[in-house]
Design a protein around this ligand. Structure first.
Ligand SMILES: [Zn+2]
Length: 319
């Protein structure tokens, strides 16, 4: 059976690329999101993958660039539908949000066919996502520094919680944040349609991070193998899971010195960071309010009072 996404159309054993048109740019030119369809020679499940829903999060695009040429549709069972760049307008100007309506794309799902720019893009990509049996929405820690993790966003009471957790474990980048997400996240609304979905957060940086991209490629290959798209089996590794996330801001202005490495265990009362003057004098020290794991930190050292410094994943276990 022919499989299509936008203008991409592939027969069994074939791959095609094209565009998923969503409207016109300000000069009246039609624009489309870059898409790919890999139609396996053998029947099987459908996987939907998207990247750059936040326009400055490029690691997911790096993953697709490396992964897609390695996949041979004649050896594939099932179908892979890919939207390579979701936040078209944000990507053009290397911004996180969609500059047309100043919206974070991952708050606009499931979107609307006749809505704002972000809602229309969300609607078009959600239509493709809901044709799948599994969904991966590739993100990263924006331009901050973050561990590589996968997020389960449906909430622990959701009927698909176990299946989403399993998908995160199969992806297998080592850490999982299992916390109900805000309204409008793809990883929160796609499970309502019965589709296990995770949001891999492939580290953080400006541009491409080699380690995170490699983990993303391995993660998708694990998913393809475990769910029968590719032959073989995956040895599932225990994942370190946090179910809470505590954010720390600077109590004063200056230059932040973070005392822990990403992934380090932190104990209640231990110093997380200090704020210093340009001359190296310590102004304030901030200690951890809970036990946990240093999960994410700002990239640049300079802070104003109240500015974000770091996050600690708390209520940590292994599954
Ligand atoms: Zn993101």
């Amino acid at each position: 059976m022919t499989k299509t996404l936008g203008t991409a159309s592939a027969e069994p054993g074939e791959m095609d690329t094209g565009r998923l048109e969503v409207g016109e740019t300000r000069d009246g030119s039609p624009f489309g999101l870059p898409v790919a369809v890999l139609n396996g020679a053998n029947p099987g499940k459908t996987l939907y993958v998207q990247a750059a829903s936040d326009g400055d999060e490029l690691n997911g695009v790096g993953v697709l660039q490396r992964l897609v040429p390695r996949l041979d549709p004649t050896e594939l069972s099932g179908t892979i539908l890919i939207v390579g760049i979701v936040n078209y307008h944000g990507f053009q100007v290397a911004e996180h949000r969609n500059p047309i309506d100043d919206t974070k794309m991952n708050r606009a799902y499931p979107g609307s066919e006749s809505g704002t720019s972000s809602e229309r893009i969300a609607h078009a990509t959600f239509e493709a996502a809901t044709r799948a049996d599994l969904v991966l929405d590739l993100h990263q820690g924006s331009t901050s520094r973050m561990i590589d993790e996968a997020r389960v966003r449906c909430g622990s009471r959701h009927r698909l919680h176990d299946e989403c957790l399993e998908l995160a474990k199969v992806f297998g980048c080592g850490y999982v944040l299992d916390q109900k997400g805000p309204n409008g996240q793809l990883a929160r609304v796609a499970p309502d349609e019965g589709i296990p979905t995770v949001d891999p957060e492939l580290g953080g940086c400006v541009g491409w991070d080699e380690t995170s991209i490699r983990k993303g490629v391995e993660g998708i290959e694990n998913v393809l193998t475990h769910y029968g798209f590719l032959p073989g089996r995956v040895d599932l590794e225990p994942q370190t899971r946090a179910t809470g996330f505590e954010q720390y801001g600077a109590p004063s202005g200056g230059l932040v010195r973070i005392r822990k490495e990403l992934g380090d265990r932190v104990s209640t009362g231990e110093t997380l960071f200090e704020v210093t003057t340009p001359f190296g004098e310590t102004k304030t020290e901030v200690t951890a309010g809970s036990d946990g794991i240093l999960w994410r930190t700002r990239r640049l050292p300079q802070v104003a009072t109240g500015e974000y410094v770091c996050s600690v994943g708390v209520d940590v276990d292994t599954y």
